[in-house]
Design a protein around this ligand. Structure first.
Ligand SMILES: [Fe+2]
Ligand SMILES: [Fe+2]
Length: 270
């Protein structure tokens, strides 16, 4: 069955560096790559990994080179869209030879998986933490929605539109997401939106669009709903999200969050 793994918010830094002095994001991605590789025999055929932004922490050429070096060990091809911690030009230069990388404009693409398709969109607004879709991005969405003609669709973005309930993250979400949701609302087929940015596993329904945010292999954005809470990162266990098409009476795309923590081997039910 067609399948992909969403890896998001890897925040790669130069060798020996830590994010906020505590989060070893480089080790976290290496752990994710090993964990995915080890799970591949049990997961079956997987078409690719989709990286939904914040590949690096500062968008430098050195960080993209380090990201590529770690990802070279992944036994899957990968494709990516940028996040607010990325730099579009540096990312384009680093991965210019990849089939999915456009030579100019937003880093956006369509990946056809057979029974469904994934539309990767570029929500990076250089110099800002919040996300915005540009005019060329909306043109691309318009064109693709017409072409896809109701095929089950996943729209992948770094910035979510749905609220997470974490005020600082919701202030920095996809600010013109309402316009995107209006287009998706009128799409004739099943549709969902998958994002990153919040580093937590969050699901919500916006109109007829199922919205999901994937956890990150590294740190999480802390959830503390008290009024005086300090916006913080938390070193919670990392994870990636596995998506696979399910055929049969209830055909459709299912998702499963895969922890990167080592556990004891499976034990057969009695
Ligand atoms: Fe992030
Ligand atoms: Fe982000």
């Amino acid at each position: 069955m067609p399948a992909f793994i969403q890896i998001t918010d890897t925040h790669i830094v130069e060798k020996g560096h830590l994010v906020c002095g505590v989060s070893d994001t480089n080790a976290a991605l290496r752990k994710a790559v090993n964990s995915i590789n080890n799970r591949l025999p049990a997961l079956g055929q997987i078409d690719c990994a989709i990286v939904t932004g914040d590949l690096t922490d500062n968008g430098t050429p050195e960080e993209y080179a380090h990201f590529a070096e770690i990802m070279a060990d992944l036994k899957l091809p990968w494709i990516a869209i940028p996040g607010n911690h990325d730099n579009r030009n540096a990312m384009r230069n680093a991965f210019a030879r990849q089939h999915w990388m456009p030579s100019f404009g937003p880093i956006q693409w369509l990946q056809d998986f057979g029974p469904f398709a994934v539309l990767g969109l570029d929500t990076l607004l250089e110099g800002a933490h919040h996300g915005e879709l540009s005019a060329p991005a909306f043109t691309f969405v318009d064109e693709q929605l017409i072409k896809l003609a109701g095929k089950p669709l996943v729209v992948a973005t770094h910035h979510p539109w749905m609220y997470s309930g974490i005020p600082e993250m919701d202030a920095d979400n996809l600010r013109n997401g309402a316009r995107l949701m209006e287009l998706l609302e009128h799409y004739s087929g099943p549709i969902r939106m998958i994002s990153g940015h919040v580093h937590r596993a969050i699901t919500g329904q916006v109109g007829r669009v199922l919205c999901q945010i994937s956890p990150s292999p590294c740190h999480s954005v802390n959830r503390d709903q008290r009024k005086d809470a300090v916006h913080s990162l938390a070193l919670e266990p990392g994870a990636v999200t596995f998506f696979t098409w399910h055929d049969g009476a209830q055909s459709g795309l299912i998702s499963d969050i895969l922890s990167l923590e080592k556990s004891a081997p499976p034990v057969p039910f009695e």
